[in-house]
Design a protein around this ligand. Structure first.
Ligand code: FAD
Length: 561
């Protein structure tokens, strides 16, 4: 049985950064990923990563922008840590080999991003996540004697012993073998849950596994209602046109040719925060000023062609291949699309969850630096800062702990559960059909605008889908790369996450950040300047409780851009 001081589930930026940090502290580390690490969804991150590295900028300014962007729901102690530590992290990445863009003077160059009062986004063309992920993987390979990699292993369960997390059960996707991973502590770094929506900018592997795994063992989740709709996604397939485009000067127009952001955010225009821009676009579309395909136009021809071809080449390809549009010569039709989950597994600033021995970092976690709305380019930063901190913290703690002796037989419950799925008669609905209905339901009722009636409908549908999922049959009964079986398990994870999102959205009876309630259209600090925590206590529904927002120096103010 593999036994390690630190077990990390997930090998995107948060997981790999945690692994390197834990190994540097001298811990023995294992990292599990259901896909090859460089296929983790971090590879898709395009626009860049924020840090106040320029002498004219300051971490306080970055922190304030983040607090304001979060609509004052972000915890300011965590935001202070993230923004203070950001410059050093960027330099560490640079020294490790990330080829960040340099400007004409040879210094690291920045681009502007939404909601930021300074251009402080560092980038590698529009493949920033790709560039960072590959460099971290090189570092992991360099330290192969300290970090054991379990690539294409799928985590089915967390193991709890006397209230403490002591490892996990994994399935080797290549042959179906189940294994207990024994560990002094576990860090969840499994990313977001975008596939609970359809369409989404997130890849097929982003199914909320870690959020559900933590929830199932009793960990608290926080701010689950806060789902970010990105302002510029392609209609239909949901592919992302990076905010980098607006950062470089692209502008938004409605079907009448009006630059409508002048109305909604006269100062920041297209570079207001994402919740503001998405609501503006959706209002234009709902009030009949959009195009017949339910979109508005993003005009990237405002950016000099040479610059687009140099700094935005990936979206040139996306425009050409997926919309048949040459973005250097004509506007492209876009709409708000599901992109990111601000909520997740509740943690403190060291990554500790409410279950001893269980940590979380990256998009799976809610620390909470993004509160009601994440600023673009703050997520890569979040994954690295809190991934590193979680890795270091758990490694130091593990150095003083004995190794637990988890029984190898603890795979049995999982084995039974998986056999039951394989034995289903197959006369129920198809997994794909249930997932499709889930995604469309979430995208219809739990989107940019919400109300009590729509949320109640979503709640009812998610409950029905949960029941239908129990009978959903699968065709593949084999053990080698059985993606049918994995899809059945992932569907269960997504349904848990969806239920929590809906329940939290019903609970928050105000409008803040990404949660806009048509029936409660104002922010209500008196009653709702608080986090909504959810946990499972054996009942059919998540249990709701509240926790305070940490305010260090920035008192809530009206938010305008
Ligand atoms: C198209 C796109 C562009 C973006 N651009 C930017 C940007 O420019 N700047 C920015 O700051 N943010 C950006 N974001 C957001 C950012 O990329 C993500 O929030 C971040 O990369 C998430 O990293 P992570 O390490 O938490 O998770 P991921 O990179 O998603 O990694 C999750 C890992 O967990 C593993 N895993 C999951 N479930 C299991 C399981 N059951 N068993 C085993 N392993 C499992 C996966 O294999 C993977 O290794 C973008 C997001 C998208 C979708």
């Amino acid at each position: 049985m593999p036994s390690h001081d630190v077990l990390i589930i997930g090998a995107g930026l948060a997981g790999q950064r945690a692994a390197l940090a834990a190994a540097q502290q001298g811990a023995s580390v294992a990292i599990i990923s259901k896909v090859h690490p460089v296929r983790s969804h971090s590879v898709a991150a395009a626009g860049g990563i924020n840090a106040a590295l320029n002498p004219e900028d300051s971490w306080e300014s970055h922190a304030f922008d983040t607090v304001k962007g979060s609509d004052y729901l972000g915890d300011q102690d965590a935001i202070e840590i993230m923004t203070r530590e950001a410059p050093e992290e960027i330099l560490w990445l640079e020294h490790s080999g990330v080829t960040f863009h340099r400007n004409e003077t040879g210094h690291l160059g920045t681009r502007a991003f939404g909601g930021a009062s300074q251009a402080r986004t560092y980038y590698v063309a529009d493949i920033t996540g790709h560039a960072i992920l590959h460099v971290l993987y090189e570092q992991l390979m360099k330290h192969h004697e300290l970090v054991d990699r379990y690539e294409e292993w799928f985590t089915t369960d967390l193991l709890i012993d006397e209230g403490r997390c002591v490892g996990a059960v994994g399935r080797d996707l290549r042959d179906g073998r189940l294994e207990v991973f024994n560990a002094k502590g576990v860090i969840l770094a499994t990313g977001g849950a975008g596939q609970a929506y359809e369409p989404t900018t997130n890849g097929l592997i982003v199914t909320g596994d870690g959020i559900s795994l933590a929830y199932r063992v009793g960990a608290k989740l926080m701010d689950m209602e806060m789902i970010q709709y990105h302002p510029t996604t392609l209609a239909g397939n949901g592919l992302l046109i990076t905010e980098g485009a607006r950062g470089e000067g692209a502008q938004l127009f409605n079907a009448r040719g009006e630059r409508f952001m002048e109305k909604y955010a006269p100062n920041k225009l297209e570079l207001a925060s994402r919740d503001v821009v998405s609501r503006a676009e959706q209002t234009e579309i709902n009030e009949g000023r959009g195009f017949p395909d339910g979109t508005v136009a993003l005009d990237i021809t405002k950016v000099p062609r040479k610059r687009t071809l140099e700094a935005l080449r990936e979206i040139v390809n996306i425009g050409r291949d997926f919309a048949g549009v040459d973005i250097t010569r004509e506007p492209i039709h876009i709409r708000p699309g599901m992109h990111y989950i601000m909520g997740g597994v509740k943690t403190d600033v060291e990554g500790e969850t409410t279950i001893p021995g269980l940590y979380a970092a990256g998009e799976v976690a809610c620390v909470s630096v993004h509160g009601g709305n994440r600023l673009g380019a703050n997520s890569l930063l979040d994954t690295l800062i809190f991934g590193r901190r979680a890795g270091e913290h758990l490694a130091k703690r593990a150095a003083q702990m004995p190794m637990p002796s988890t029984a190898a037989s603890r795979t049995r419950d999982t084995e039974r559960r998986l056999e039951q799925i394989l034995r289903r008669p197959g006369n129920g609905r198809r997994i794909g059909a249930i997932k499709h209905e889930l995604g469309q339901t979430m995208n219809q009722f739990v989107a940019v605008f919400r109300d009590a009636e729509g949320l109640a409908k979503a709640h009812e549908i998610v409950h029905r889908l949960k029941e239908e999922a129990v009978d959903a049959g699968i065709d593949d009964k084999g053990s080698v790369f059985n993606q049918d079986l994995i899809a059945a398990i992932e569907l269960g994870y997504m349904l848990d996450v969806a239920e929590c999102i809906v329940v939290a959205a019903q609970e928050r009876k105000e409008s803040r950040g990404a949660q806009f309630r048509l029936d409660f259209p104002s922010r209500n600090d008196d009653q709702w300047l608080k986090h909504i925590d959810l946990s499972r206590d054996g009942g059919p529904e998540p249990r709701v409780s509240y926790s305070e927002v940490t305010i260090t120096r920035w008192q809530p103010e009206e938010r305008t851009y």
